[in-house]
Design a protein around this ligand. Structure first.
Ligand code: NZQ
Ligand code: ZN
Length: 388
């Protein structure tokens, strides 16, 4: 293992009834002037908006609203939120929605306490030194944003989608009630599963490091996602299935299963370019990129792929060479994506090869990507071509 320090200050409230029991108490710890951030209206349609605003009203909280946060949230919306915070002396940001709403709120929280252009933080030209407190109510199991400090924002003018993280952007509290995910549509449930699975894969393909417990923890999360995604797809209001997926998504990216090791993360960098240019759902892009990345890096360490295949997919080695078992593992990953109806190719989103070179260059803007296998622009371009 690498030496590490672990810190995660988010208070999690999981399960039914927690919002009614604890939201007012959590919010009023930070003040009574709140910015309520949400997306395109799903929370109004399934009743969560009414519930939350009733609780705020009864607690004597005054709130301002930033509705309309886009999937793949935009810098322009972050800027709107920062202006609202400044104009109204906001004390707490309350984000109610999926990863996009939470990430937008993180950008606002940093930007409101930053004396320059918030985009410079994403471009790594500046470091935040503070942020407004943020609380979240999660409605979609996918990103893990409810218990991590990261957030990804798109600058649509420059076609850039970049993540930023700081010690100040961990949510102070997050409410995760699986019932709030019953209405997540089938395609978004699939994308969410692909995203949490991808977070596990990013950890699993780590730099050479002895991390046997981490490997087994990650394998368990992968197995659980594979077992429970079809259940949630078949019965969207299966509490146990939604709860299990929600917990998987939190665990996949809150730092708990990957302590002391550096995951790969090239696929995320590549996918962020695809959604920066074409505004496609992150999980859909990952389902296309990951198997093609696996093909490309398979020879780097076939034993790692074979281990995944044997332990997670129950592949019988049967005396076969490692490379063959590794190959079969990637086939099984593809087959799982196919079985849940995830996209397979960029063509599924009508994406051609017109911007691949620019995307490949941009993916390595801060240097080569990937820790399991280092990739330069030419490698990224090769992988993107395989995705067509
Ligand atoms: O906008 P509304 O109307 O709320 O509809 C949303 C949106 O259209 C809908 N939705 C959410 N909850 C729902 C619901 N519809 C019905 N019922 C519900 N309960 O689902 C759509 C997608 O929502 P979005 O928030 O975009 O999805 P997700 O949670 O997958 O977030 C994706 C974003 O997170 C970033 C991605 O790049 C992407 O921008 N990521 C954030 C990470 C992080 N902060 O740690 C890590 C990830 O790797 C990822 O990059
Ligand atoms: Zn992701």
């Amino acid at each position: 293992m690498n030496p590490f320090r672990f810190h995660n200050p988010t208070t999690l409230y999981y399960g039914r009834g927690q919002i009614e029991a604890h939201l007012a108490e959590e919010v009023t710890k930070y003040g009574r002037r709140v910015l309520l951030v949400y997306g395109g209206g799903s929370i109004k349609r399934f009743g969560l908006y009414d519930k939350v605003t009733r609780i705020l009203r009864e607690a004597g909280v005054t709130w301002w609203e930033l509705p309309g946060v886009e999937p793949n949230p935009r810098l322009t919306t972050v800027r709107k939120g920062i202006a609202l915070c400044r104009d109204h002396d906001i004390q707490l940001i309350l984000a109610v929605g999926g990863g996009s709403v939470l990430d937008c709120a993180k950008g606002i929280a940093m930007g409101a306490k930053f004396d320059g252009d918030v985009w410079d933080i994403y471009l790594k030209k500046a470091k935040p030194t503070d942020a407004l407190p943020l609380g979240t109510i999660l409605t979609l199991a996918a990103t893990g944003s409810e218990m991590n400090a990261g957030g990804v924002i798109t600058n649509w003018e420059t076609k850039e989608k970049i993540g930023a993280s700081s010690p100040y952007t961990f949510p102070r509290f997050s409410f995760c009630d699986p019932e709030n995910t019953y209405t997540v549509p089938r395609d978004q449930t699939v994308y969410g599963a692909c995203d949490m699975l991808a977070h596990c894969f990013e950890h699993y393909f780590h730099e050479p490091a002895h991390a046997p417990l981490q490997d087994r923890l990650i394998e368990s999360v992968i197995q659980t996602i594979i077992e429970y995604t079809p259940k949630a797809l078949e019965h969207p209001d299966d509490y146990d299935a939604r709860e299990t997926l929600m917990y998987c998504s939190t665990m996949a990216l809150n730092g708990m299963i990957n302590m002391g090791m550096q995951g790969d993360w090239a696929c995320h960098a590549i996918e962020h370019e695809i959604s920066a240019f074409y505004d496609i759902p992150h999980g859909g892009g990952l389902a296309i990129v990951f198997p093609n990345w696996m093909d490309y890096v398979l020879d780097t360490d076939p034993a790692r792929f074979a281990q995944l295949g044997e332990r997670v997919f129950g592949i019988d080695r049967n005396g076969r060479p490692e490379a063959q078992v590794a190959r079969e593992t990637v086939d099984r990953v593809r087959a799982f994506y196919r079985s849940i109806g995830a996209p397979q190719r960029l063509a599924d989103y009508n994406i051609g090869d017109e911007a691949l070179e620019r995307m490949a260059q941009q993916a390595v803007r801060f240097g080569p990507i990937g820790h399991f296998k280092k990739l330069e622009a030419a490698d990224v371009l090769d992988i993107l071509r395989r995705c067509l």
